[in-house]
Design a protein around this ligand. Sequence first.
Ligand SMILES: [Zn+2]
Length: 359
Amino acid sequence: MKKLRLWVKLLFLFLIVGGTYLGVKSLKKENISEESKSVLKENNIPLEKYSKTLEFVLDQNLYNEKYLDQYRDIEYSDKNNFKDVINIFLDKGYKGKEINYIMNLSNKNIDKLKNVDYIDIKDYYSFKNFDVNNVNRYNLYREKHSKYELKDIVTYVNIKLDLPVYTDTLEAVDPSDLLVLVNKYNSLPKNYKPSGMEQAAGHYGNNVPMRKEAKEALEKLQESVKKEIGITLLPTTAYRDYNFQNTLYTGYVSKHGKEKADTYSARPGYSDHQTGLAIDLKNPAIKTNVRLNDSDYEWLHNNAYRFGFIIRFPKGKEFITGYQFENWHIRYVGLDVAKIIYENDLTLEEYIDLYVTEY
Ligand SMILES: [Zn+2]
């Protein structure tokens, strides 16, 4: 009796599962409208080739028999540019799956891709800082630096680490932006001087000019470092104009040669100090040329972000910033950005590429 019941249960189960399966299957077939069926028939396309994308291309008069198998791999999208993308990129030799990658790109990248012959983007398309224009450079850089992760290859090439310093340089469009990037590939206009600067009391008894935002943040930092570890931190220099940087750099070059000078001094127009947001600090209790003790830096490294500052030339990132580690040089970027940079162990270069630049 018990065995029989089991059989009955199994039979029921079988009927339910089977019935559902058939139901779904017939429903799926019903999804192809009679109209589409007849269009497929007119074009001699077997029913099993049907896909929403196929229906779309037929409807839009984009159908081309040689792409029949590709259409099935292309996920239908209701984005405006879907028609355009299918139309242009299948002809360029992209396969159906690659069309899906392209649909994930920004409009800016799609426009760039339209202007070039087929390129293989499958390794790169998913990075949000992927730049179509840089694919060849990514590939070359990868060959030379196989130890780097792909995501880093993309970032490093975007910030031009594959190019010699002071080549392909760009001048800042908005020099007063708090996030303005100044390095060996990005300059400030020669005449740029931040407006409304204020003076902070300096280590040498001098007045140190810097932007108001930086000064206000510095005062809070000074107050906290005093309270928390009992030291004083004073600025030695902050804003430096083009001409002063020129004098400095020229002096270093005649002393150490250009190559050496470039590792620790910026060329005029390429100095973070010209932004008015960079500050060099010193603990005046140290009577030598040393600016900070290890414990001073330990505090600065872990707390500067609380006041909107970053360590601009961090240790271990020399190949990115292009400068030797400077434990004393802080740069104001604002609270939110400083926190992200600190928590993710980034440089300003990486932050701009990952969070600001639109590709
Ligand atoms: Zn500095």
